[in-house]
Design a protein around this ligand. Structure first.
Ligand code: UFG
Length: 324
């Protein structure tokens, strides 16, 4: 018996991949998306309710009419730089919108929530790899807004019986192995698509932000996780909660670090063409090294990354960008 899952933000990058994984696992995703950043054509595995998470009445109607069992929440503004210049925009949507969504869910008796959180809750890492017990001291409003929602979820767990999984993503990347969906942000700010678009001549030469970090090749290190692995972890978290499991707060990464230069080299190798690139100053707020400790996710979800090696990430992203 599949679950009816309201997927807020299901027309976006991670949300759409999760919808596909849900459908494959026998569940029934119902996408709720304002299409402010999401893409109508990415909604393929269930109905689309075109509404904002802040529209409490519309969310309530969607939950009632589709007999929703659980909510997955991906709907958020995601640009760290923009959050620094427009903090209220981020608190209004990412926190305010989430409160409306949660209010509607609670009123309808839905007590299972999977929430898209971020490594940005940690701020400057004091240790790497980063465990979930690391202090949470966000250095931008984006990360702060996600942490605030985590805190709200914890109170709803304590006081009102909500059970949640807060999943802290490191660098989501790659595309559906069948190339049905992929990564498309506007504006695009993420490394893997920008390197691919530069190699294809569809974007300007890549700026490599910083070659003077204290890392082996001088460029910054991140933990890239394939979006299909992210999706699998979401389905496992949902099923854990549906089976009566306790609330979880988990890192999701590939569990290893890759430098910007290694990504650029992988794109050139996989694509068979050079990536036009030049060095630029460090991007403000970028830590040198972010790598997830994923032991907790492995243990709690009986999950492990299967597609998160860099060649698979780049190969699937390249295939999607060059699809017919
Ligand atoms: N980078 C470049 N050139 C670019 C774009 C990125 O050199 O044109 C570098 C960045 O400096 C960074 C790495 O590539 O070292 C990855 O950058 P992304 O912008 O792809 O991703 P971030 O690590 O900055 O951000 C990710 C998520 C955010 C989240 C953050 C948490 O995309 O949503 O991790 O720390 F907030």
């Amino acid at each position: 018996m599949g679950l009816n899952v309201l997927v807020a933000g299901g027309a976006g990058y991670v949300g759409a991949h999760v919808c596909k994984a849900l459908a494959r696992a026998g569940h029934h995703p119902v996408v709720l998306d304002s299409l402010a950043h999401g893409h109508r054509e990415a909604v393929r595995w269930g109905p689309l309710v075109e509404a904002d998470i802040a529209d409490r009445a519309a969310v309530g109607r969607a939950i009632g009419s589709h007999r929703i069992d659980a909510v997955m929440h991906f709907a958020a503004w995601i640009f760290v730089g923009e959050s620094m210049t427009s903090p209220l925009k981020y608190f209004a949507n990412n926190l305010g919108g989430s409160l409306a969504l949660l209010d509607a869910a609670m009123a309808a008796g839905v007590r299972r929530v999977v929430f898209s959180s971020t490594a940005a809750v940690y701020g400057e890492p004091r240790q790497v790899p980063i465990p979930e017990s690391h202090p949470t001291e966000p250095i931008n409003p984006y990360g702060e807004s996600k942490l605030m929602v985590e805190r709200v979820l914890r109170w709803l767990d304590r006081q009102q019986g909500l059970r949640f999984a807060a999943l802290r993503y490191f660098n989501a990347s790659g595309a559906d192995p069948d190339a049905e969906i992929g990564e498309r942000h506007d504006p695009e700010t993420h490394l893997v698509p920008l390197a691919i678009l530069a190699a294809l001549g569809k974007a300007p030469a890549l700026n490599i932000f910083g070659d003077d970090y204290d890392t082996p090749d001088g460029t910054a290190i991140r933990d890239y996780i394939h979006v299909a692995d992210l999706a699998g972890a979401h389905v496992a978290a949902l099923e854990h909660l549906a089976a009566g499991g306790a609330s979880l707060t988990l890192n999701l990464g590939g569990g290893s670090g890759t430098s910007v230069r290694e990504i650029v080299d992988a794109v050139a190798r996989v694509g068979g063409r050079p990536v036009p690139a030049s060095f630029a100053p460090r991007r403000p707020g970028d830590p040198p090294r972010l790598v997830a400790d994923i032991a907790a996710a492995r243990a709690a979800l009986a999950w492990s990354p299967r597609h998160s090696d860099i060649d698979t990430i780049v190969r699937t992203a390249w295939a999607w960008h060059t699809r017919g």
